[in-house]
Design a protein around this ligand. Structure first.
Ligand SMILES: *[C@@H]1O[C@H](CO)[C@@H](O)[C@H](O)[C@H]1NC(C)=O
Ligand SMILES: *[C@@H]1O[C@H](CO)[C@@H](O)[C@H](O)[C@H]1NC(C)=O
Ligand SMILES: *[C@@H]1O[C@H](CO)[C@@H](O)[C@H](O)[C@H]1NC(C)=O
Ligand SMILES: *[C@@H]1O[C@H](CO)[C@@H](O)[C@H](O)[C@H]1NC(C)=O
Ligand SMILES: *[C@@H]1O[C@H](CO)[C@@H](O)[C@H](O)[C@H]1NC(C)=O
Ligand SMILES: *[C@@H]1O[C@H](CO)[C@@H](O)[C@H](O)[C@H]1NC(C)=O
Length: 478
């Protein structure tokens, strides 16, 4: 009789607990939605929002690092041997990249802005100075040869190069190679070329800049900061399929809020001349703020026999170079530039083997973004791209000697940002508050369970006479 009462009250308590659990779970869902909706409303590009001021002038410092490959055996390479290179650098610049001339359009659904970048050398974070010398490919000369190899002018240009002592490999000042110098060959050919200056980042220090029209994230939060137009174009025209020519996603500096592990996040990189996507890799924590690491999967750069979607990146159509390489000639004024990941990471082994001194390492050479999933804010990230030159023999230019056909690495960039302490603190508070709100029902459940257990224990203890317990004890211990 007494035992029955204990059972009944236990069952009753369990029922109540189940009910509380059910309600609490439902409540969690509702609260999660509430938090998500609040975040979605806050993270739009709109005057006065925190997201807008962060987008306009990102507080975390951005650093652009350049690594060069110094060629040690030019004479041997000219006679057909394998090149041997030594990596030098980093040459580090602080990058300032504010969004300027911001104009809202179409009832606040789109925003136009220009994005001028300036670079200031940071000697403390560099190994070497801008006056260092680097021996590498003479890109203007190789470009001129590529352009005129089948022309009646080839002979004339070849003689001119001989007279001026211009070769395939030359030694340059690092600062010149980056920011521009007057090239003697281009100067001679000023009738044929628009500008007699060359530099890998020529005019990129404030003079020339990208202009964007972005979606603000209103009405659809998933469109936050996604690029609608780049330099007046809604798509590219360099590649040979419509999908490959699409300008997808953001510029990689910001992402939409409420990110899940299943998301495929698109990034358009004007340095790389294409869009790509990144996928969830693992959980991370940056300065105590939780994040998801997103990286481009190998598929993004693989050759079309592995990923048919990439056929459109083969130019001219059908001429594919293999996994991990992108012929960017069309987007670099006809210079025979091939883009890849640093040290040919994720590219065919052949390209690594072709050069002494290549050593791909995932941690050092992959592009990644650590993103806070609630807000879409990038906690830490690095964009890593290598610039290579396609070298080959031209019968019309004796300067090319007996050189092998090669994808020759010139330099790579590591453009990185790490969230500043103040932003991290702010974000930490936001994430913590959201967690507390979402977890209120769990706190209620926990308290409920605790009270239930106490209730059952009290009920059963009171109903059972001490003798029953005493009788049972020997049974248990035997
Ligand atoms: C802007 O909003 C107004 C009123 O809601 C509407 O009449 C107008 O068509 C909208 N314009 C655009 C470009 O969406
Ligand atoms: C870029 O421009 C800024 C300001 O105009 C200047 O301070 C800086 O030294 C320049 N950087 C280079 C690499 O020339
Ligand atoms: C760089 O080093 C110099 C001298 O050691 C120091 O005065 C300066 O504050 C440092 N700059 C930075 C940005 O750390
Ligand atoms: C690169 O190689 C050239 C030629 O051997 C040499 O003069 C130069 O000092 C090297 N650069 C660096 C930074 O080591
Ligand atoms: C752009 O996005 C579409 C889907 O929205 C996809 O089919 C296409 O392959 C993407 N293009 C690139 C270059 O990422
Ligand atoms: C790269 O593309 C350009 C332009 O379409 C083409 O002329 C060149 O032959 C291509 N290079 C290679 C190595 O396929």
């Amino acid at each position: 009789m007494r035992l029955r009462l204990c059972c009944v009250s236990t069952a009753g308590a369990l029922c109540v607990l189940l009910l509380i659990c059910g309600i609490a779970l439902e409540l969690t869902r509702v609260l999660q939605k509430l938090v998500n909706n609040t975040v979605k409303q806050q993270i739009v590009l709109e005057n006065g929002t925190e997201a807008f001021s962060v987008w306009q002038n990102p507080p975390p410092p951005v650093y652009m690092q350049f690594y060069f490959f110094n060629l040690t055996n030019p004479a041997e390479v000219m006679s057909g041997d394998k090149p041997s290179v030594v990596q030098i650098g980093p040459y580090t610049y602080r990058e300032y990249r504010p969004m300027e001339e911001v104009k809202f359009m179409d009832n606040g659904t789109r925003v136009a802005a220009i994005n001028p970048k300036t670079y200031v050398f940071e000697p403390n974070m560099s190994r070497g100075s801008q006056d260092d010398l680097v021996r590498t490919v003479n890109i203007p000369a190789v470009t001129v040869m590529e352009k005129y190899k089948d022309s009646i002018l080839a002979r004339l240009i070849s003689d001119l190069m001989k007279a001026k002592g211009v070769g395939v490999f030359e030694t340059f000042r690092v600062g010149d190679l980056l920011w521009g110098y007057e090239d003697p060959l281009l100067k001679e050919l000023h009738m044929l070329v628009p500008d007699d200056h060359f530099g890998l980042f020529y005019k990129k220090n404030g003079t020339e800049y990208d202009s964007y029209v972005l979606l603000t994230g209103k009405p659809d939060y998933q469109d936050f900061a996604s690029i609608d137009e780049w330099n007046g174009q809604r798509s590219l025209n360099w590649w040979s399929s419509e999908e490959c020519n699409m300008i997808n996603g953001t510029d990689g500096a910001s992402f939409h809020p409420i990110i899940t592990k299943a998301d495929r996040l698109y990034i358009f990189s004007s340095d790389l001349c294409r869009s790509l996507y990144v996928q969830y890799e693992c959980d991370v924590s940056v300065q105590g703020v939780p994040g998801f690491r997103f990286v481009p999967p190998a598929d993004v750069f693989s050759s079309p026999d592995i990923n048919p979607d990439n056929a459109g990146f083969c130019v001219p159509p059908g001429h594919c170079l293999g996994s991990g390489l992108l012929n960017a000639s069309v987007c670099k004024q006809g210079a025979p530039i091939i883009m890849s990941s640093p040290h040919f990471y994720q590219a065919d082994q052949k390209f690594v083997d072709d050069i002494w001194g290549m050593k791909p390492i995932k941690e050092e050479h992959q592009t990644f973004a650590d993103i806070n999933p609630l807000t879409g804010i990038v906690l830490q990230g690095a964009k890593r791209v290598q610039v290579n030159v396609y070298l080959q023999q031209h019968s019309s230019f004796s300067q090319t000697g007996k050189i092998q056909t090669l994808v020759f690495p010139v330099m790579y960039i590591n453009e990185s940002a790490f969230i500043d302490e103040e932003s991290a603190k702010k974000l930490h508070a936001v994430v913590l508050n959201a967690n507390v709100v979402i977890n209120i029902p769990f706190i209620v459940i926990s308290v409920g369970i605790l009270l239930g257990i106490i209730f059952i224990v009290l009920m059963c203890r009171q109903q059972m006479p001490p003798s029953t317990l005493a009788e049972r004890e020997p049974l248990l211990s035997s």
